[in-house]
Design a protein around this ligand. Sequence first.
Ligand code: G6P
Length: 617
Amino acid sequence: MCGIVAAVGSDNVLPVLMEGLRRLEYRGYDSAGVALVEQPGKLGRAREVGKVAALEQVLAGVPLVGMTGVAHTRWATHGQPSQVNAHPHVSGRIAVVHNGIIENHGALRAQLEAEGYPFTSETDTEVVAHLIEREHRDGGSLVDAVSRAVDLLVGAYALGVIHADEPGRVIGARQGSPLVLGVGDQGHYLGSDPLALLPVTDRFIYLEDGDLVVATRGGWEVQARSTEGDRRLVSRPVVRYEHDDLSVGKGEFDHYMLKEIHEQPVAVANALEGRLGDDKVRIEALGPGAEALLAATRQVHIVACGTSYHAGLVARYWLEELAGVPCQVEVASEYRYREVVASPGTLFLTLSQSGETADTLAALRHACTRQGEAAFIGSLAICNVPGSSLVRESDLAVMTHAGPEIGVASTKAFTTQLAALMLVTLALRQVRGGEAGLTARLVHRLRYLPTLLGDALALDADIATLAGRFLDRRHTLFLGRGAQMPIAREGALKLKEISYIHAEAYAAGELKHGPLALIDASMPVVAVAPMDGLLEKLKSNLQEVRARGGELLVFADPDAGLHAEAGMTVVCVPACCRYLAPIVYALPLQLLAYHVAAARGTDVDQPRNLAKSVTVE
Ligand code: G6P
């Protein structure tokens, strides 16, 4: 939520800032802004409602030039998207960009207004600009002023700060929202995500909560809060970003989402790479200490948000059936505020594409505070972003290796999470002495999974044609049973978030308990029907829909015995074993959502009101 980027160099940094904003646009895109020290004592600022492209147009008419600057792309929390609410916010000769939420902004605002500071926006961020200005007014260093100001803040922030009188210096601060320092040859940079800065550097310092950083053209220093409460210089490792910069360009595809859907065979192959032995999962390849942690596991609590939560719901079926481990799955925003009962030996497992989702992180931090008998035996994160907060703060991190995912609607991050969850399930099965034959068969099928996913993608053109039927529909129902029920939920989520068609998902067995009342000829019903022990039950549910005139679109196994008939369209999905079917069936539902949205002309990659990385509560 909100992306910040800052730069200090020996040349005009505006191009670096604008490219950074384009790359951070997945974090929010309702307005954007930039401020530069144009010359000592003079700040130039431009802000515009809408996407980064709108800001670019403004800058094309009135370019800004400077070697020190900050920039921001916004996802509105306090105050509607408008030019006055767009960042950077300025107080005196200080400009500030902020990602996060200042929870005590109301009290601070009242205090600052009483002191005579004029407020021009409805944002929580403007208090930060005024606080820094107040702390700096009587002289002293800018970093000390920022330090005193942030000590007054309650909430989450990543900040970038510049001062008109201090060209060549950018201050950053981090508490609860992600911030990296990019170490370049031509300058130094701050970004919410390394992706923003890959055109200028592949070396990063992942700042920690409480850190302040001073970046100049030739160097940087990081200050951390010591146990005594004062700030001390610290050394933080510079880490090389190991991944390809895949974010540039959509290739042959119209949208990043479609590109990412089609990347899934490769992404899942990467998630499995090096982790499968001949007949077993190579537990040591899941990370140091994995075997001991899993051997001690008696129960699993899975916590996640959005699409990642749906991956957790699938994993519950696997963990209980294949590993015999009781499992509960909950959205992080609920879990974090509940008094959870966990029996001894409970593993705390988080799922997150970004590793920065505020609720998931808060749940992990809350879990880590449990003491004595209530303590978890450890935390395991399944995550796509190396160096993210979740990865750094968990005992064990299994990376999904999906590569950067740009489309706001998650696709390859989901299926790679499922692949990683199957690896963890089988690893648990192994350490618990589960029957080896089924483990070996599943390991072999996992090797074949990328090929199966490729086969499922061959349905793309057929699904694009079928999408036409949904264009003028206002509601859709998705049905599934067993481990396919979460896939139905994910299908409904995909459709609603990018096409804006209302979609609900139900366990098909629940149909008679309410949703059947909605069924008529105007309500399309999408169902997933692989070969599993619940297929016949599902077929009965589908008959119940047909009997009420509902129009069915069924994604089914070729041997499911389901055939097209009046009111029922059947799309055959490549035959697959029931355990891996949730991963395979996810793809046609992603394609359906994509093609419906694309045909309706929505902004597929950046749907309204959403953002990819939800770093605020
Ligand atoms: C947002 C995104 C979703 C994502 C969810 C959780 O809602 O739009 O695609 O599933 O956050 O994000 P995470 O990074 O924790 O998986």
